[in-house]
Design a binder for this molecule. Sequence first.
Ligand code: ATP
Ligand code: MG
Length: 390
Amino acid sequence: MSEQQKTRIYFTGQCEGLSDLREALNEHDDLEVVGWSDHVAQASGVLAGGHLDCIVHGTRLESFPATEVAAIREQTRSPIVIVASGNATGLLEDALEADVADVLLLPQLVENVVFTIRKAAHAKRGVPTVTRAQLGRVVTVFSPKGGTGKTVTASNLAAALAKQGRKTLLLDLDLQFGDAAIVMGLEPDKTIYDLVVAPGELDIEKLAGYTAKHPSGLDVLPAPLRPEDAELVTESKITRLLEVARECYETIIVDTSPFFHGPMLATLDRTDELLIICGLDVPTLKNVRLALQTLEMLSFPASRIKFVLNRANTKVGLSKREVEAALKVAVTAEVPSDRAVPVSVNRGTPAVLADPGSDFSKSMMNLAKAIVPAETKSKQSRKRLSLART
Ligand SMILES: Nc1ncnc2c1ncn2[C@@H]1O[C@H](COP(=O)(O)OP(=O)(O)OP(=O)(O)O)[C@@H](O)[C@H]1O
Ligand SMILES: [Mg+2]
């Protein structure tokens, strides 16, 4: 095999047997080992600019190394193969959902590892150009009533997707009083206001300069710090922002305010999935019914709407069946009232990260599964997106 056809690989992380594997792969005719680094952060230069065909990441963790995978994804869209030592049953489950090409448990025959790496690299190379259908999905979280759980749902869904290694943006379009950054424990120095008033056309690189990075791998574009700055975030700015975000994120989760104002209408135009948060109270149901009428007038497709019943387990004299009958809709997800939610809000860490075993977190992980496309489809589109970026 000629030098040009060799598969260029880079090693990150550590696990039992990784250095032996590296030596064996270094000798292999089909591969070129470009280098290695135990810590992803130290490899950022080569990951971003190395034209690598595959990243082989070693982990000793028994769970999915979400932080490291997210750090690699910050630098490159090249396929990632995870090699793990020890008991990695938990890792396997999460990895199946995540943005990695494959997982291997060491020890392995060298030829098996070479086959896996070349398969991952080949799948990336064979990908054609990006089309509209393969752009990221915009999931808008809305409720026509304040305090129903929009921000809690949006932030936990976004964190759940990022935890799976998916490239996700949490966009706070509650422009006057948004608190997505606070519930994520972030103190941003830049917001959507700074982005829209900055000179020059918006593109992927510019957007990246204004997002706050959460340790989970999630990117957050916060709401303006002052309510009076909201009016500069116009409909046309939001339309362009969503167009650009769809080119570089797999999923964009949009938190909103309880109004149909101009920015919300611009968002609806680009929304693939609208989650309407309901509660078990009559005023909220009244507003949801009015909102559904407005959405119909706007010709928003009913097939894109999903209903989430928050605090579904509270005994307040209204049942899920009665809500469904009143609204003539089916509820997609029931989210329990859970002490884990206010505790996590006050700590500034989403419950899916701080308390993944809680009933609330489990319902959010299930909802995350319901709103992302089927695994095969999303994997294909991710690979196509990766080609567009490398
Ligand atoms: N399932 C739940 N269990 C317990 N508490 C919850 C739950 N959902 C929301 N809450 C609490 O309710 C409060 C309001 O939630 P949240 O801020 O998400 O609502 P919102 O719809 O975004 O409100 P606003 O319209 O003001 O932006 C939060 O402090 C949160 O802790
Ligand atoms: Mg809110």
